[in-house]
Unconditional design. Structure first.
Lengths: 278, 251
């Protein structure tokens, strides 16, 4: 029992757990749609790209979360403007933008003489989370969850069959734009705790694990949250006892859970379960 | 430009419709009228512009010309929610976690705002629509539990739930076996009798001759329009299909 309660003794660990729970709830709620719409590479580009804003904000002495938010917004706008280029294709534009912003962030941070390590931003420092960060994350994350709940029906229609959705009055492009913004929000709230690189793990892996088990959207969202919170809190505990990097431990635990669920559900996806003919 | 005054029987009025994709003219000068309860077979070879025509009529691609639904000039797709379009090969992911009931309820979206939720009446209409296509009681099934023919009927039920005056089916019959085709035609005929107009794109000229009251031959533009016997003549088929038309008819 001591093994379980020991990590909660100090205040900085308590803050870290609260931060992990917020991410564990918000990331899979948004991530469900990232997985279903096959937008994982967009999440990846967004998570890397925000480093530019983080670096610039840090250099200017502003809260890095605001920098990340600014960069996230800018990336969202650029993506929505340029990703429909027919000659290049969406994933190319997404990758070019993501890596360019990431490179800018690395250059800016490497030029600073403050001794701050690049890895702090890439992989997070969950133990440095302040109560101020937590309130900000709670506000942003709570807002993101409310937006997803309000748009649940529209997201379902636009994702399943965008042609029919448009025909019955769903504003498919607006729904897509809102989702890209929500993606930026998830990256921002993940920044301190798991870092920019690992934020895409929290966005995709718990939702993908839930996808393997769920029959309905509601189930997928709820299961995603269960996985997200369990993996966030569990990963943090493990990292405490193993004295390993928290963000990466959470990421590793998420991947391990995914692998187990994937193996368990494998027989279900075997060929004899394919659609009947006729 | 319009044909002038609106005829009371006309539900869909297509006037000089044209679509360009870059430098390619996919469709030009397409004009025809559809009356309530008409069942029209749309024939033409692959790449003739049948799908483009359906999408343009529904406002899903940019076009020139005028589309009027129930006498109202349409500007964008939101003016055309009285049309239901069932695409050819459904791009949608059939493993998507959605039930048959939710699929059919999607048709009801046109009657509410984005923040609204389906109400008891919507659910009632959805159930009735499923019953009309012989899928009663399947609301809670996952899409993967349906056979190919049942899936086509579920899409048709969604169009019924939309309570559309015109249903446009793009190759709804390809890949569907004969008993299912017969079942679908029974449904089409019931709908037509109730006043819904149906435009069904098909490759099957023999079927077009047997089951439709009117045929529309399309290749770039309208090559023939009238009763099957008239449209499926050597002359029109030549103009629509080239020499392939005769082979198709012989089949």
């Amino acid at each position: 029992m001591h093994w379980l309660t020991e990590p909660f003794q100090t205040e900085f660990m308590q803050r870290a757990f609260v931060a992990a729970i917020i991410i564990g709830v918000v990331a899979p709620v948004v991530g469900t749609w990232v997985v279903l719409r096959r937008m994982a590479n967009l999440g990846d580009a967004m998570s890397h790209g925000t480093l530019a804003g983080v670096g610039l904000a840090y250099a200017a002495g502003i809260n890095v979360l605001f920098g990340a938010m600014g960069a996230g917004l800018l990336i969202a706008v650029l993506l929505l403007t340029f990703s429909s280029n027919r000659r290049l294709g969406q994933e190319t534009v997404i990758t070019v933008l993501g890596t360019a912003f990431f490179a800018l962030g690395v250059v800016v941070i490497s030029r600073l003489d403050t001794g701050v390590e690049l890895t702090h931003f890439l992989f997070g420092r969950v133990l440095t989370v302040t109560w101020g960060d937590i309130w900000l994350n709670l506000g942003l994350g709570g807002g993101a969850v409310l937006v997803v709940l309000a748009l649940f029906g529209e997201l379902r229609l636009a994702t399943f069959d965008h042609v029919q959705a448009e025909q019955v009055g769903v504003r498919v492009e607006l729904v897509q734009a809102v989702l890209v913004l929500l993606l930026a929000v998830v990256v921002v709230i993940s920044l301190r705790a798991v870092g920019t690189v690992m934020s895409v793990t929290m966005l995709v892996t718990p939702a993908a694990t839930a996808r393997l088990l769920a029959r309905t959207l509601r189930q997928m969202t709820v299961l995603g949250v269960v996985f997200g919170v369990t993996e966030g809190v569990g990963g943090l505990m493990l990292s405490y006892h193993l004295e390993a990097a928290p963000g990466a431990t959470i990421g590793l635990l998420s991947a391990a859970v995914f692998a187990v669920v994937f193996a368990i559900t494998l027989p279900r996806r075997m060929p004899h379960h394919h659609r009947p003919l006729g | 430009m319009s044909h002038g005054h609106h005829h009371p029987d006309t539900v869909l009025d297509v006037d000089h419709l044209g679509v360009r994709y870059g430098h390619t003219e996919a469709l030009y000068d397409v004009s025809f009228r559809v009356a309530h309860g008409e069942m029209i077979g749309v024939i033409g070879p692959n790449g003739a512009g049948k799908s483009t025509m359906f999408k343009a009529i529904c406002g899903l691609v940019n076009h020139t010309g005028v589309v009027e639904v129930n006498g109202v000039h349409c500007h964008d797709h939101t003016d055309r929610m009285d049309l239901a379009y069932i695409p050819q090969r459904n791009d949608s992911d059939l493993n998507f976690p959605i039930t048959v009931g939710e699929l059919v309820l999607a048709g009801r979206r046109r009657f509410r705002h984005w923040w609204g939720r389906p109400n008891a009446h919507d659910r009632e209409v959805a159930s009735e629509s499923l019953a009309k296509v012989f899928l009663e009681g399947t609301e809670r099934k996952a899409l993967t539990e349906l056979s190919g023919g049942q899936l086509q009927r579920a899409y048709l039920a969604r169009a019924l739930a939309q309570q559309a005056s015109v249903v446009l089916l793009d190759e709804a019959l390809s890949g569907v076996d004969q008993p299912t085709t017969a079942e679908l035609f029974d449904v089409f005929e019931t709908l037509a009798a109730e006043g819904t107009a149906l435009l069904v794109a098909t490759h099957d000229l023999a079927l077009a001759r047997r089951r439709f009251t009117r045929c529309l031959a399309v290749n770039g533009t309208v090559r023939g329009d009238g009763p099957p016997a008239q449209v499926l003549s050597a002359e029109v088929l030549d103009s629509t299909f080239g020499s392939a038309g005769h082979r198709a008819l012989a089949d």
